[in-house]
Write a protein that binds this ligand. Structure first.
Ligand code: AMP
Ligand code: ZN
Length: 112
């Protein structure tokens, strides 16, 4: 499958790793929108949040544990944002499930 984040998960394309275990990889976003901008992905291919189901949701729960751990380790436990864009109209450009973990500045709502 020609999937950028599958290739990053497999180590075929380099990334700046922040965290890795058997099922999850976290790496710095190449085009950061905040001082801290990390992408958390399942190593298995899940196309988007729309594809989360009973069979694969355990890894998503694990991703959220990892996100909280990373935020705490970096000193942002009381102020960070996690976002997943799902589908073209929401701005999803890479069709492999990922969560943006952003911190280090104030954020507007619902955008910015
Ligand atoms: P989205 O637009 O929500 O699908 O997010 C995709 C994200 O992947 C964007 O924030 C990009 O900057 C980021 N990105 C694209 N290619 C790479 C790469 N090779 N390494 C790290 N981040 C990337
Ligand atoms: Zn993939």
């Amino acid at each position: 499958m020609d999937c950028l984040f599958c290739k990053i998960a497999a180590g075929e394309i380099p990334s700046t790793k922040v965290y890795e275990d058997d099922t999850v990889l976290a790496f710095n976003d190449i085009n950061p929108e905040a001082p801290v901008h990390i992408l958390l992905i399942p190593k298995q291919h899940i196309a988007s949040m729309a594809e989360i189901n009973e069979e694969n949701s355990a890894v998503v729960a694990h991703i959220f544990e990892v996100a909280a751990k990373i935020a705490a380790e970096k000193g942002f436990a009381d102020g960070f944002r996690v976002v997943s864009n799902c589908g073209d109209s929401a701005g999803q450009t890479v069709k492999h499930l990922h969560f943006h973990l952003m911190a280090g500045r104030d954020f507007g709502w619902p955008a910015g």
